[in-house]
Design a protein around this ligand. Structure first.
Ligand code: AMP
Ligand code: TRP
Length: 344
């Protein structure tokens, strides 16, 4: 008898504890997590083992984990409603990842654009961990038989790999007629903030690793920093158009309008209607106000939580215990299906 059940809907997502969180993470991921927790069964993880693939982050993972947990809670994730935990506290993640390492093909991983970008020209010098990063991510998701995974657009390819691993597992090992032990997880890429771009270059993604701090707005930035960064954000000399198609070759303008739409919970068209024909100066002032009004209270609450780290640790341990209950049943079944379970 198998132990795990397939829930009709279960949300899983993860975020790496690597340094400063920015409004790309907030709009592309965390804000959607909060919307989803209202009605769904959600599991959210601070993926500290994934963060080990970022070399200069190794010494500070514990503190970053607490900081990211604080940001997620301050933004509105309620640990009583959703399961919130750090990945390394649930050892079943790495165990399932090993099993998946024996299913995923090098050819599949070689296609991953994130690996190519992160490894750069010195591919031979990259760690095996960085290469098999998406395999651990597949384990994160499938360990809970998650059905939907809210992420930014940059993670879509990793989700496809998780689906390939799930279907390969089903067809290789599942001896039932339906071969459907793992339901294939769907990416959930929501809202106008799928991909927030750098404030300095509308063609590259807003990222924690960009050397220019002016390229992003961090959740820890204060009012003055936000105001100044938006004021200096790159734009062009043309007025704001009426039609979204006219933004096609204006990536910086499009990016700021997307950010505006996301913070105001309105559509891009509504924003264009409001500002069409105008320049960027009033728009930028309004945008700074919007960001400050939403981020300000979160920053304040993050700072409060960081003054009480024991409470964050307690929340993460409690979440890990809940996660383990689900994870151990699924892993039990996986081993049983493969034929390496000696427990019964
Ligand atoms: P990471 O910080 O890389 O662990 O990303 C955490 C989450 O934020 C993932 O769901 C990413 O897809 C999302 N994310 C990161 N950067 C951006 C961005 N510039 N725009 C939209 N979403 C993002
Ligand atoms: N790779 C994701 C990122 O960088 C983080 C992540 C790890 C994740 N495991 C996950 C996201 C599982 C969704 C589901 O953003």
């Amino acid at each position: 008898m198998l132990k795990s059940k397939q829930p009709s809907k279960r949300i899983f997502s993860g975020i790496q504890p690597t340094g400063n969180l920015h409004i790309g993470n907030y709009l592309g991921a965390i804000k959607n997590w909060i919307k989803l927790q209202k009605e769904d069964n959600c599991i959210y993880s601070i993926v500290d083992l994934h963060a080990m693939t970022v070399p200069n982050n190794l010494l500070d993972i514990k503190n970053s984990t607490l900081e990211v947990a604080a940001a997620v809670i301050a933004s509105g994730i309620d640990p009583k409603k959703s399961i919130l935990f750090n990945q390394s506290n649930v050892p079943q993640h790495t165990e399932l990842a090993w099993i998946f390492n024996c299913i995923a093909r090098i050819g599949w991983l070689n296609r991953m654009t994130q690996f190519k970008e992160k490894a750069g020209k010195k591919k031979d010098n990259a760690t095996v961990g960085l290469f098999s990063y998406p395999v651990l991510m597949a384990a994160d998701i499938l360990l809970y038989k998650a059905t939907h995974v809210p992420v930014g657009e940059d993670q879509k390819q990793h989700l496809e790999l998780a689906r390939d691993i799930a279907s390969s597992f089903n067809s290789t090992f599942d001896k039932t007629l339906n071969k459907d032990f793992f339901q294939l997880p769907e990416p959930f890429i929501l809202g106008p903030a799928k991909r927030i771009m750098s404030l300095r270059d509308g063609r590259s993604k807003m990222s924690k690793s960009d050397i220019s701090d002016a390229s992003r707005i961090n959740l820890m930035d204060d009012k003055d920093q936000i105001f100044l960064k938006i004021k200096r954000a790159k734009t062009d000399q043309y007025p704001i158009p009426e039609n979204i198609d006219d933004l096609e070759n204006r990536p910086e303008a499009l990016n700021l309008i997307n950010i505006y739409a996301s913070f105001s919970n309105k559509s891009v068209n509504e924003i264009l209607l409001k500002f069409s024909g105008k320049g960027f100066s009033q728009f930028k002032e309004d945008l700074s106000d919007l960001i400050i009004n939403e981020i300000g209270p979160i920053t304040k609450e993050m700072n409060n939580l960081m003054n009480n780290k024991d409470e964050i640790v307690r929340i993460l341990i409690d979440g890990s215990n809940k996660a383990k209950e689900i994870a151990s049943e699924v892993l039990y079944d996986v081993k049983k299906i493969i034929g390496i379970n000696f427990k019964d």
